[in-house]
Write a protein that binds this ligand. Structure first.
Ligand SMILES: Nc1ncnc2c1ncn2[C@@H]1O[C@H](COP(=O)(O)OP(=O)(O)OP(=O)(O)O)[C@@H](O)[C@H]1O
Length: 352
């Protein structure tokens, strides 16, 4: 059991959990819990952290807007967990500063109560039931008696584990344990929820259910910071993305802006041997379009990039017609976070 923080309930954060139509329950925000000013949910300035000689974070300046779903994307060892632990205050910075809703991170019960932290490793007692685990974590957040029982009942329904609440956690599937792990961080209804790679070892069904839960929480006003090295998850869930690599924040912005700034305008093509096949495809592509910026092999075809992918496609089609070229595939490539990551870090996240 690591990273546990003793907290007191102050009434800050999300309000009561109420049923919604699909059978889940969701926390309904009280108006008073919305930040009145545009205070950022998290702001760090030149935040650094070293472990002995290891520089885990190097002058990271992050800003997470209230109500946003912020994806922290980076390969193993990039510094994501360290950054989250600094946000919740279980680690102290080696340099720089970090604030949560305008308060120094981890300082005082009030600010700690605003935060729910779901660590990367499931932190539950296997021999206790789901409900007993929640009672334990609730008491750590200073919840007692009826308010605690009410919160547990609501949250068990919200995560779809009411039926299993009386069974020992060691009998739960990996996905159920993950959901219960999240529930433990939600009992005190935090404004800011930090999730460190919560889908590792989770089956697709549980993963989808977890995503629905998180989307509902955001819709109700929670700010969520979600670390992952799965691009697809970040693309599906997050409206804002920070890319972290070797302890540095390479860039951060709303996802559409990152895509517009960095994602390539690309066309993917595979040429069929049934027609003419140019001996040197990159040279042929360069000859058929002055707009071409780069070509690289991908799978059994080629990825060609230009300033505008539709214009490049038109040039390729016009040149192919003259050459009796047959394509097995010719596609406009949807701008993706993967190409943003590749451009910013020079490597593919999948290769790491
Ligand atoms: N307690 C520690 N003691 C020493 N080094 C550590 C400690 N925790 C993390 N590190 C090192 O700090 C760097 C960043 O680690 P961190 O766990 O923050 O990365 P991460 O992006 O969360 O990685 P992962 O996706 O594998 O969890 C790594 O080089 C790691 O080995």
């Amino acid at each position: 059991m690591t990273d546990a923080v003793l907290l007191k309930q102050t009434g800050e954060g999300l309000g009561t959990f109420t049923p919604i139509k699909d059978g889940l329950t969701v926390s309904k925000l009280l108006n008073s819990t919305r930040p009145k000013s545009e205070t950022q949910a998290v702001v760090s300035k030149d935040l650094s952290k070293t472990y002995g000689r290891t520089q885990a974070l190097d002058k990271v300046s992050i800003h997470v807007a209230p109500g946003s779903f912020y994806g922290l994307l980076g390969p193993n060892g990039a510094g994501k967990s360290t950054l989250m632990k600094l946000m919740v205050g279980v680690l102290a910075p080696s340099g720089g500063s970090i604030e949560v809703f305008g308060h120094k991170a981890g300082k005082g019960d009030e600010v700690r109560t605003m935060v729910g932290y779901v660590p990367q490793d499931v932190a539950l007692y296997g021999s206790l039931t789901g409900k007993q685990n929640l009672e334990f974590f609730g008491s750590m957040y200073g919840l007692r008696g009826r308010p605690l029982q009410q919160s547990i009942d609501e949250i068990l329904e919200f995560i779809g584990l009411t039926e299993k609440a009386g069974e020992a956690v060691k009998s739960y599937s990996g996905g159920m344990k993950r959901r219960l792990n999240i529930a433990a961080a939600l009992l005190h209804k935090p404004r800011l929820l930090l999730l460190d790679e919560p889908t590792v070892g989770v089956d697709p069904h549980s993963r989808q259910r977890m995503f629905e839960m998180l989307k509902h929480l955001q819709a109700q006003g929670a700010t969520i910071v979600y670390s992952s090295h799965y691009m697809e998850e970040v693309e599906e869930l997050c409206d804002t993305v920070g890319i972290i690599d070797h302890g540095q924040l390479v860039d951060q912005d709303p996802l559409p802006e990152l895509l517009a700034r960095y994602a390539g305008q690309e066309v993917y093509l595979e040429i069929s041997p049934d027609g003419t096949v140019p001996p040197d495809i990159p040279a042929w592509l360069a000859s058929c379009s002055t707009r071409l910026r780069s070509v690289r092999p991908l799978g059994s075809g080629w990825l060609a990039e230009a300033e505008n992918r539709a214009d490049l496609m038109a040039d390729i089609l016009a040149a192919a017609r003259q050459k009796a070229l047959i394509f097995r595939r010719l596609e406009l490539v949807k701008p993706s976070l993967e190409s943003v990551f590749l451009k910013l870090t020079g490597t593919s996240l999948r290769d790491q």
